[in-house]
Design a protein around this ligand. Structure first.
Ligand code: S3P
Length: 433
C-alpha cells in the first residue's frame, strides 16, 4: 500500500494535458474489436481499468498490436466474431463488465464467466442482466444480482423499449449494443440523459442511431460495424481534479488542454461558476466526434455554497466528491440530492466522502441520497484512506495541497485505475507530493 503525504502549497500554476478519456477508451477498444476493419486507436488511456479492457479484447481472440498510451491497432473480428475464453477478469472496471455482455450476447460465447476484484464484486449487475434477459439473452448474475456474471451468445434477441429508472450510460450502452443483434428496434429512455459516447461512436461506425420520445434506439440486426480510426481526447473527469485544485490554488492560472467537453459530462463547470469560480472554456475542433478544448481556472477567494439538484447529477456523477471538497471552503452549506447512485460506485462514495472530509476536519453530513458540507475558512487537514477508490486517492491529494496541515492519503496507489501519472502531473503544477 502506498501512502501519499500531500503537503500544503501556496499556489499551483501551469499547463497540463490530462490523460485520455477512460469512457471513450473502453468504448473504442470494444467497438474496434467487433469492427470489420483494422482500427487504429491513438492515445488510448494507459491505466489499470483500460488495461483490463484491452486484455478482455485479447481474451476474445482479437489480434492487437501496440500499447496503451501510444497507439493500438485492433484487427476487428466483426460484430459476431468474438471468441471469448471461458473466464474474463474485468478487474475494477465497471464499464467493461457492463458493456462487454452487450457484445457477447451476439457472439459464439458459451458460458463465459465475467468476474472482477472485490470492489467490482459488490456492484449491481442485475441492471444489465434483467434487460438483456427480457430481450431473450442468456445472461445470469450471482445471487443478489452481483458478479460473477455468466454470459452465453447465439440466442435470438428481440428488440424492445427499456425505460431505465436510473440514468446510466453503462446500462444504456449495454442495451444498445445488444440491440445491434436484436430483431427490430431497441429503445432506451432515461430519467435524465447520461453521457452519449456509445451513441456517437456507433453513429461514426455506420449504425443509424435513432432519437424519439426522449429515447435513443437502434434497429437490428445490424450487419457490421466500421469504426474509423480515432484519437482519444483528454478525460474531463481527470481534468476535474486540477480544476478544483486550480479553484483553490491556481495563481496565476491552471490551464488544461485537449479536454473532452461532451456537454453530458461537464456539469461541474456550471456548478463551479455558480460557486463563484472563474473558469474559462475555449472549444476547439472535435476529436473522435466529441467536442474538445481548453479550460483555464484561477484561484477564487470567495467560494459560495450551492445546491445540486437531482437532474444535474448525471452530468457530474463522477465529480460530485470534488463538489464536496470545493464546498469545504465555501460560504454556507452545500447540499447534493438525488445522488444515491454514488453508493454503488467503486465504493459507497457518500460514506467515503463524508468520512474523508471529516478526517480532514471538515463538517460533512451523510444524506440518504447525497450529502451536505458546511464550509469553513480553510481545510484543517488530517488523514484518510482511499478505500481502493481511485477518485478518493486523488481527492485526498488535492485536499492536502489546499489544507493548513496537509493530508496523508493511505492507499494512494488506487489512482492508477484511471490516472497513473496523477502525482507527477501535480508536481508539474508546483505541488510537493
Ligand atoms: C461510465 C458511466 C458512469 C460513470 C463511470 C463511467 C461510462 O457510470 O460513473 O465512471 O463509461 O459509461 P453509470 O453508467 O453507472 O452511471
Amino acid at each position: 500500500m502506498t501512502t501519499l503525504r500531500s503537503t500544503p502549497v501556496a499556489v499551483l500554476s501551469g499547463t497540463l494535458q490530462v490523460p485520455s478519456d477512460k469512457s471513450i477508451t473502453h468504448r473504442a477498444l470494444l467497438l474496434a474489436a467487433v469492427s470489420d476493419r483494422v482500427v487504429t486507436v491513438e492515445s488510448p488511456l494507459d491505466s489499470a481499468d483500460t488495461g483490463a479492457t484491452l486484455s478482455a479484447v485479447e481474451a476474445c481472440r482479437v489480434p492487437v498490436e501496440g500499447h496503451l498510451g501510444g497507439r493500438v491497432e485492433i484487427r476487428g473480428r466483426g460484430l459476431r466474431g468474438l471468441l471469448p475464453s471461458p473466464a474474463i477478469d474485468c478487474m475494477n472496471a465497471g464499464t467493461l463488465m457492463r458493456l462487454l455482455p452487450g457484445l457477447l450476447v451476439g457472439s459464439r460465447a458459451d458460458h463465459v464467466i465475467l468476474d472482477g476484484d472485490d470492489s467490482l464484486r459488490r456492484r449491481p449487475m442485475g441492471r444489465i442482466a434483467t434487460p438483456l434477459r427480457r430481450m431473450g439473452a442468456a445472461v445470469f448474475t450471482s445471487p443478489g444480482g452481483l458478479p460473477p456474471l455468466v454470459v452465453s451468445g447465439g440466442v435470438p434477441l428481440r428488440g424492445m423499449r427499456h425505460d431505465l429508472e436510473v440514468a446510466s450510460a453503462q446500462v444504456k450502452s449495454c442495451i444498445l449494443l445488444a440491440g445491434l443483434f436484436a430483431d427490430g428496434e431497441t429503445w432506451v429512455s432515461e430519467p435524465v440523459t447520461s453521457r452519449d459516447h456509445t451513441e456517437r461512436m456507433l453513429a461514426a461506425a455506420g449504425v443509424p442511431v435513432m432519437y424519439a420520445d426522449g429515447a435513443v434506439g437502434v434497429r437490428g440486426p445490424v450487419e457490421g460495424l466500421s469504426l474509423p480510426d480515432l484519437r482519444v481526447p483528454g478525460d474531463f473527469s481527470s481534468a476535474a481534479f486540477h480544476l478544483v485544485a486550480g479553484a483553490l490554488l491556481g495563481d496565476p492560472e491552471v490551464r488544461l488542454t485537449g479536454v473532452n467537453l461532451n456537454p453530458l459530462r461537464t456539469g461541474l463547470l456550471e456548478v463551479m461558476r455558480r460557486m463563484g469560480v472563474a473558469v474559462q472554456v475555449t472549444v476547439g475542433p472535435d476529436v473522435a466526434g466529441e467536442p474538445c478544448g481548453e479550460i483555464v481556472v484561477r484561484r477564487t477567494d470567495h467560494v459560495n455554497a450551492t445546491e445540486i439538484a437531482p437532474e444535474e447529477v448525471p452530468s457530474m456523477i463522477d465529480e460530485l466528491p470534488l463538489v464536496g471538497l470545493l464546498a469545504a471552503v465555501a460560504r454556507g452549506t452545500t447540499t447534493v440530492r438525488g445522488a444515491q447512485e454514488l453508493r454503488v460506485k467503486e465504493s459507497d462514495r457518500i460514506i467515503a466522502l463524508v468520512r474523508a472530509l471529516r478526517g480532514m476536519g471538515v463538517q460533512a453530513e451523510e444524506l440518504p441520497d447525497g450529502f451536505s458540507v458546511t464550509g469553513g475558512t480553510h481545510i484543517p487537514g488530517g488523514s484518510m484512506d482511499a478505500g481502493h477508490d481511485h477518485r478518493f486517492a486523488m481527492l485526498g491529494a488535492i485536499a492536502g495541497l489546499a489544507s493548513r496541515d496537509g493530508v496523508i492519503v493511505a492507499g494512494f496507489e488506487a489512482a492508477a485505475v484511471s490516472y497513473p501519472g496523477f502525482a507527477a502531473d501535480l508536481r508539474a503544477l508546483g505541488a510537493g507530493v
